[in-house]
Design a protein around this ligand. Structure first.
Ligand code: ADP
Length: 484
């Protein structure tokens, strides 16, 4: 099949979250299975600074309201003959210090930037003479692609492929002022409650939900949760209407990048059966965060965007009484100022027990996975979550809330039959988190059981090859339904 993969971020080029990991791994897994995959991504400043060989292939011109904006299509090497990577260059839009804007402040023209991106991709399909079977769009930034396929481009023979829209996080919908409608090139007949209108504003994500041939989220549990008001962010009625076309496919892990046996970001490697390297990683981790080395105390780590979604309104109150727990805590992340300030002040008050590094640092993220004993993910909602699956491979036991992909990938340890790979709690309360933490700290004191729990997790296999097969099946289904 010929698959077009449209994403606003992808490793190793540009990343703010899990979508980039998916976009870095799934296209390769599909290419490996014999499909021809065309990945499209904006050429951000941080990609320009990577010293890649950028080959300009062609240019495209996109109407944005009454003006025409041109961009170039730049090819970079993908390392796989079936995978082509095209970067869309439009320096006024993408040559900026951030992908979407500084933390907690979106660029005011994000709507226009990504309307351009969607149109430019569709124009590139013609300019590059591509025949596409499946247009796979991801998140609000590319949600107009399925809309355009069913409106402005619907009568053009080249654009008869089917479309899949993947929701990586329903909390981000790309809601814009309705004055952007003319910029999209769509008629005002699209600005209705049944289509792109949302409380008198233009909701780009909603367009993807309404128009794509099929929809999916990144776990089974999340695909059901978003049908309810608690997790639907106001779009649950739309999702309920599309229920029969809504699927859930758990993300995979790129074990080439996340493997403690040869991870280039850690200097002491380890694997199942040879775990001494993990102890050295723990020492290096506490040293890197200026915590006293208390090897016997469990070390609890967290790498995360610092947003309420990730459960910080449970964590901060818990940390206030950190001296009741015999454990040390390490946090890495950036995000909402109140959370950053909360963690900074707690680390200041409890310098032997809590450490916080503000920032985005892939090397430290790997070291935390390798050196911590427990990985914390008490999310309010979690479409998939990747760190809990990375943790399993690194023998770091996930402690998670039973939502979304966390619920799908983690099972509570059972002392009786020694099954399970982590700790899980349900109620979104600090008390429930505390109870699960106490259970974990208690089990940590029983090395035989702890080792068994760790081994269970290290044996789990969440590789992309399995998820890629599920995507392939879904693509086939869409292809069949559109050719009817
Ligand atoms: P989300 O997409 O909601 O941010 P995921 O768990 O799906 O959450 O993916 C987050 C990804 O981003 C993981 O690969 C994680 O390691 C990485 N990440 C998040 N914050 C940081 C950070 N401060 N430094 C390095 N990596 C980070």
């Amino acid at each position: 099949m010929n698959i077009l993969f449209a994403v606003p971020e992808a490793t190793p080029f540009a990343k703010t979250g899990g979508l980039a990991d998916v976009a870095g791994a799934l296209p390769s897994a599909l290419a490996e299975r014999g499909h021809r995959v065309h990945l499209f991504l904006p050429l951000y400043r941080e990609i320009q600074e990577q010293g890649l060989k950028l080959n300009e292939i062609t240019t495209v011109t996109v109407p944005l309201g009454t003006t025409q904006v041109s961009g170039s299509i730049i090819k970079v090497s993908s390392g796989h003959p079936n995978l082509s990577i095209s970067l869309i260059r439009q320096d006024d839009f993408f040559d900026r210090p951030f992908l979407y804007g500084p933390p907690e402040k979106e660029y005011p023209d994000n709507g226009i930037r990504f309307i351009f991106f969607c149109r430019a991709i569709l124009e590139a399909v013609a300019a590059l003479d591509l025949e596409i079977d499946i247009y796979h769009a991801h998140d609000w930034q590319t949600a107009l692609i399925p809309v355009y396929l069913k409106t402005l481009y619907k009568d053009r023979p080249r654009y008869q492929g089917g479309s899949l829209f993947t929701i990586h996080n329903l909390g981000y919908q790309g809601i814009q002022d309705k004055k952007l409608m003319p910029i999209t090139g769509l008629g005002w007949e699209e600005f209705t409650f049944e289509r792109l209108e949302f409380f008198d504003r233009l909701n780009l994500l909603k367009g993807g939900l309404v128009y794509a041939d099929a929809l999916n989220t990144v776990s089974r549990a999340y695909s059901r949760e978003i049908l309810q008001a608690e997790f639907g962010f106001g779009l649950e009625p739309v999702l309920q209407q599309r229920r029969k076309d809504l699927y859930g496919i758990l993300n995979g892990v790129d074990y080439q990048e996340w493997n403690p046996a040869d991870d280039p970001f850690i200097s002491n490697h380890f694997r199942l059966g040879r775990m001494t390297g993990k102890k050295s990683c723990k020492k290096k981790l506490t040293a890197a965060f200026n915590l006293p080395d208390k090897n016997r105390l469990p070390l609890i780590g967290m790498v995360s965007r610092l947003v309420t979604q990730k459960g910080f309104d449970l964590i901060l109150p818990l940390l206030k009484k950190v001296n009741e727990f015999r454990a040390q805590f390490i946090f890495l992340g950036t995000g909402e100022p109140e959370i950053e300030e909360g963690l900074t002040s707690l680390a200041h008050q409890h310098p032997t027990q809590i450490a916080f590094r503000r920032g985005y640092d892939n090397r430290l993220a790997h070291l935390i996975e390798a050196g911590a004993d427990i990985f914390l993910m008490p999310s309010h909602y979690e479409p998939c979550g990747l760190n809990q699956m990375y943790s399993l491979r690194y023998g770091t036991v996930p402690l998670v809330r039973a939502v979304g992909g966390l619920d799908d990938s983690i099972t509570s340890f059972d002392r009786e039959n020694l099954s399970g790979n982590g700790f899980k709690f349900s109620a979104y309360t600090t008390a429930a988190l505390e109870e699960a933490l106490n259970e974990a700290l208690q089990l940590y004191q029983e090395p035989r059981l702890w080792n068994k729990l760790r081994q269970n997790g290290m044996r789990n296999d969440f590789s992309w090859s399995q998820s890629a097969v599920k995507y392939e099946e879904l693509y086939e289904k869409i292809k069949k339904s559109v050719s009817k």
